[in-house]
Design a protein around this ligand. Structure first.
Ligand SMILES: C[S@@+](CC[C@H](N)C(=O)[O-])C[C@H]1O[C@@H](n2cnc3c(N)ncnc32)[C@H](O)[C@@H]1O
Length: 205
């Protein structure tokens, strides 16, 4: 069982995580033109908080994650809400074959910093998008390592925006734009610290 499997059942009981997903959803709505005929892939969906925030704006959404625990909670939530346009998928882009379909939008929230090979993942996001498709990535700005107290699942201490932009452009995206979509406040050694979350939006040429 992974750390995320264990945390899945309690994930939605943290109001910050719910607020974060809703606020990032609003930032995505401001950054790109969503439409009810757009197909979407959320990568690292967890319990689906972000996709639940966006599902009324989109067509079919595939929600992918490597944690079976997260996907089990998500499956229960989809059934309870009687939502028909959300489909859970166990997928590890670093090991599995790519899904045999193309999406109009790929998005992820707080997932990229857990994946060792960032450039490979960005390349696969690009491969999975239809021409003109959109990419939205929300994640931590570069931090000093104090954000995560559990060093087992986080492999990057956030990202430098300029460096991430270069990687995204290297795999073929254009029109890269950043905004600050959310701020996570955490007490570190008794002192409140703010960790900004960026939203990167870009387009497949
Ligand atoms: C910090 S959680 C964020 C979950 C959700 N996006 C949210 O904001 O509530 C990171 C998620 O990424 C997933 N994850 C970790 N490594 C992954 C990988 N290599 N591929 C896909 N998902 C991964 C975890 O299982 C977990 O659900």
């Amino acid at each position: 069982m992974t750390n995320f499997d264990e945390r899945a059942k309690d994930w939605d009981s943290d109001p910050m995580k719910v607020d974060r997903a809703k606020t990032v959803g609003e930032a995505i709505r401001r950054a790109i033109p969503l439409a009810e005929n757009m197909s979407a892939l959320e990568y690292g969906c967890g319990t689906g908080l972000l996709s639940f925030a966006l599902q009324g704006d989109l067509g079919q959404i595939t929600l992918a994650d490597t944690s079976q625990g997260m996907l089990d909670v998500l499956t229960e939530k989809i059934a309870a809400a009687s939502v028909t346009n959300m489909r859970p998928l166990k997928l590890d882009l670093s090991a599995d074959a790519l899904p045999n379909e193309h999406f109009d939008l790929t998005y992820s929230l707080m997932t990229l910093h857990h994946i060792p090979d960032t450039k490979d993942t960005l390349k696969k996001f690009h491969d999975l998008l239809a021409p003109g498709g959109w990419l939205c990535i929300a994640d931590l700005d570069k931090e000093d390592g104090t954000f995560h107290t559990d060093g087992t699942t986080d492999v990057h201490k956030g990202f430098e925006r300029g460096e991430l932009q270069q990687w995204v452009e290297d795999v073929g995206f254009t029109g890269v734009k950043f905004s600050t979509a959310f701020e996570i406040k955490k007490k570190i050694d008794g002192i409140e610290k703010i960790f900004p979350i960026f939203l990167l939006a870009a387009r497949k040429a």
